[in-house]
Design a protein around this ligand. Sequence first.
Ligand code: PTJ
Length: 245
Amino acid sequence: EEEIPEDHPRYQDLLTRHRIEKGVEKGITHLQGMHAEGRGSAFDYLLGEATIPSAAAAERAAAAHLLCADHPVLSINGNVAALVPGEMTALAEATGADLEVNLFNRTPERIEAIADHLREHGAEDVKGLEADARIPNLDHQRAKVDADGIYEADVVLVPLEDGDRAEALNEMGKTEIVIDLNPLSRSPQVAEIPIVDNIIRAVPNMTEHAQELADADEEQLRAIIDDFDRDAALEDAEDRIRSGV
Ligand code: PTJ
């Protein structure tokens, strides 16, 4: 990361790409994660590489949901671990959520490497290693979750999630928060709170909202949630990408 000059006009993008490369080298990120990153980066470019107002509103509603939840869980895959390990740990702390490693391309080696990486970034308790429950209607490997984690969670944050899994979690009746730069992906389309923003910006923003709302009562939090219009937010993101405004 030291090799990238901070005044480079593409600094953030280069930094992100570099983190994904390092993640692949460390056995944290799957090779497919590089393709995912490339797609995300193209959408981010079209969005002006900034948090659009509808995404900022989604981030605030997401923070309110996590604070209202009985058992919130933040799901971590290979891209999330490479890009925002410390930031996800901080969000977990600010909202009282659990962290769970949950992979699309699951191998015991990557699960262990990601759990270690999160601990190096301050995480105390990392779930996802038990894998003693299954999400219904998904093939065996992709369905694995912890019984006392995602399986019994009421609110789940699933960043950069595969569409089948996002749908299956939705069918389990969970409140889903999805971070995805492509507003047309199935995951944001099924999410109660779709956040069309780069995870690099979205997670610290959510943590800030959570800290600011720490003393808010349930009624105030519910009002923030009710004010958020998911369909309008998805439409706004798509409009901006198509028209470049
Ligand atoms: O680590 P694993 O095995 O769980 O695999 C993780 C990946 C991401 C490889 C896997 O879930 C996958 O293949 O996902 P997709 O179907 O490529 O979806 C990833 C979505 O995230 C795409 O719509 C991208 O546009 C979006 N995306 C990529 N980078 C970012 C992003 N969204 C927000 N912030 C990013 N930095």
